[in-house]
Design a protein around this ligand. Sequence first.
Ligand SMILES: [Cu+2]
Length: 284
Amino acid sequence: MQIRTAVTTALAATALIATGMLVGTQVNLLPVDASSNAAAYDSLFKVLFSIGTMLFAGILIVLVYSLVRFRRRAGDGADGPPTEGNLPLEIVWTAIPAVVVLFIGIYSYDIYERMGGMAPLDHDAMHHQASAMIEASVQPAASQAIGEDQTSGERVWGGIRPIDGDVLPVDVTAMQFAFIFHYPEGEITSGELHVPLGRPVELRMKALDVIHAFWVPQFRLKQDVIPGQPTVLTFTPTRAGTYPVICAELCGPYHGGMRTSVVVHEPDDYLAWVQANSPAITNT
Ligand SMILES: [Cu+2]
């Protein structure tokens, strides 16, 4: 009898794990992926979805089975048998959630770290990011030469680590109830974010009034925009198209209307957009 129970339990657990993994990997609930860090995020989501499916299905099956199997029969007016304590069961139902939660915690930390979320807030990192926040009128090289005096005291919470290379800087101003994008490279100001495919973008974000959050589901990125505390968000778009930018922080009565679009252009189209939107050159 004990062997039969053990075999049945093992078979049920195997079926549950297989079903969970099948659902987690085959059912896609996410929008298209359009940035370079989407793959890491999606792999984490698939694992969470698999574990969630196993728990949901496992608990539901046991619940429904118990409802049917142990239901009150006709004419049975007695109390149920008094059962107290089951050490092996208690060990199992403590150990399984502990292992699951630890695994999810470590794996999530790893993904967040890979996306740059754990970039140190030490002096060097702060300085690196803070210099990027100086007004567009100061050239980056000059601002680094000017050094710490200008930037010390300005605390920058880097949501995502700055990336090196040919980065497109964009200043983002969030306010009730709009995002404004300013391109220091071309002196363009826009209500929509336009970026070229494949080039890293660095958003230097500040808020004028209350906390907002810059969220693009297709990029798998969300970063708070905080008054008095600049934040940075970097990403590399990997799929051309138009995607929603949504404020993900309840910021006032028209919060629900605080959305715009990010347009990922082919590089040539992006140049055309820059040329079409650049102000007339007056001082050359
Ligand atoms: Cu908002």
